[in-house]
Ligand binder design. Sequence first.
Ligand SMILES: Cc1cc2nc3c(=O)[nH]c(=O)nc-3n(C[C@H](O)[C@H](O)[C@H](O)COP(=O)(O)OP(=O)(O)OC[C@H]3O[C@@H](n4cnc5c(N)ncnc54)[C@H](O)[C@@H]3O)c2cc1C
Length: 592
Amino acid sequence: MLVEQGFQQVPFQEGNPYTQDPALPSLLRRLIPPRLFNEEIEPELERFGAEVITTIRAQSRGNRISPPKLVQYDNWGQRIDELQTSEGWRSLKATAQREGIPGIFYERKYREHSRLFGFAKALMMVGDSHEVFCPLSMTDGAARVVELLGTEGMKRDIFPRLISRNSSSAFVAGQWMTERPGGSDVSQTETKAQSLGDSDSLGSKYSLDGFKWFSSATDGDIALALARTRPADSGSRGLSLFLIPLREALNNRFGSSTSTNGIRVHRLKNKIGTHALPTAELSLEQTTAYLVGPLNEGVNNIIPVLNITRVWSAISSVGGLRKCLAIATAYANVRRIDGGKRLLRDVPLHVAQLASINLVYRALTHLVFGAVTLLGRVECGVASVEEQNRLRMFTPIVKGFAAEKAVAAMEEAMAALGGQGYMEETDIGRLIRDGLVERIWEGTTTVLSLDLLRSTTNPARLKEFVSWSYSIILMCPPGLLKAVQAAIQSLQGRLDSLLAAFLHPVPPLIARPSLMFIGYIASAIYLLEHAIWSHSRGEEGYEIDAEVFRRWVNDGSFVAAEQDLDRIRSEVKFADASNSVIVFGKRDHAKL
Ligand SMILES: Cc1cc2nc3c(=O)[nH]c(=O)nc-3n(C[C@H](O)[C@H](O)[C@H](O)COP(=O)(O)OP(=O)(O)OC[C@H]3O[C@@H](n4cnc5c(N)ncnc54)[C@H](O)[C@@H]3O)c2cc1C
């Protein structure tokens, strides 16, 4: 039989990622003032959604995207370290910049709602972006650092280009923290900075020498790097933050030079995913750099970058899932089973599988946009102290929780397409590979969970979180309460469990299960807040919002997260020792 003969599968059609999204339109309608939303933001998101599935998708397809190449030497044996990225990669990055990523966040045309608008666009494009948002997220973080701590020269000459929509002159920034001794812990940073006793319009000049183990914006224009300004035994308290032009002439002629400011690209990383992203190992020799912020406070000074890139990471996890869910849902509209009698969309067992993926997507979207709302308010100076504290606590949670939950749901979406799901052409495989990195970069889930414990060192912080949760629970109107009462009672019980788990001294072993547990609770509270809103306004589908909340609270993995935390709390005294024996055996444990 010829391939053209016999059964021909009708291809699935993905719809507009904004209008077809199960959560985003109504969530934004709740979060953004009506006139602004109806007249400006929603029409713009609809337009952008159409762009994503037409022009942007075309930029991300086929041989337009390929892994970067590094040409280290020319034919005369001269070291040139020429990085060649694919045309699709460059055009996707330019499109994102033109669309206002990260410009929207700093133009602040929509004040504290600007973050919501920009991240909604990002969420729609992530699945087709081949990780261009990785360097752009670091650019966003660098813009914030320059805005807060930069010299007058940096604010005048660098900042406008970091946030520019003109892709031919816009700057991209990298973030160089990780070195060979450690990324989670930068206290052993080897790169040394020596003052040149000189300054120019960008500030005080230093010379840097060292080796940066991971650089993902290797095709960028500037980088923010940590380097040592006090002896090694001062640990992370001896680090300062520097702005490095990747080309020597950046300061004077803005990128017209190709000489590399003492930066050598040692090797491109051989990664399991994020293939179009040029992640490299770099050596720095007499690299000119400019001090940013106070000396020896590098770790504090780079925190605004991490706060922003962690929210970006959560958006990437959820955006990858968004696309996988859209594909699996679209496939159910065209794939027939049962001797061709039924479409998958009419098969309850299959629809139940899609509903469980959809539930995870809704919960993550509400959670992450909760953090995005707080970020926008903090940046515009309108957040209360409680909101600032909540953002501090939520930032590691949304990043870690979204990364852990999204990939598992993507795998379900893959299976929902049967064998076709396993094919590269659907993009689900790439999205899973790319999604896996969200569990590692910008902090592994374990490291983030330790950050969560730090954010709750003051017991008042956790109590504030519980009070915020109760403030929403108490808003539930009688008409809705009937449908969700049992779920609310369960949630109240879990808030009590959480308070009990955080009784001081808090054992470090509860860090990771706590991150997951609070992730579930916070997303449930946001889903409830939305259900209350849609119920009180009689929004279309308000019963579904209540049902989504109810299901999320009753979800087996939420229940298991509470049991996990309880079990670890009760076993904590013996767990350390027995874990070591389980992993390394008795003899090794004795040696330790
Ligand atoms: C594709 C990719 C791109 C990247 N791009 C960049 C970039 O552009 N710039 C940059 O600076 N970095 C970048 N990174 C580095 C990344 O941020 C680090 O890999 C990450 O922070 C982990 O650091 P590490 O690799 O040194 O692992 P380690 O810190 O050695 O961690 C190893 C293991 O130990 C665990 N661990 C560490 N500390 C603790 C602790 N205190 N308690 C319990 N467990 C702990 C971790 O959870 C992990 O499981 C990139 C990484 C990848 C994979």
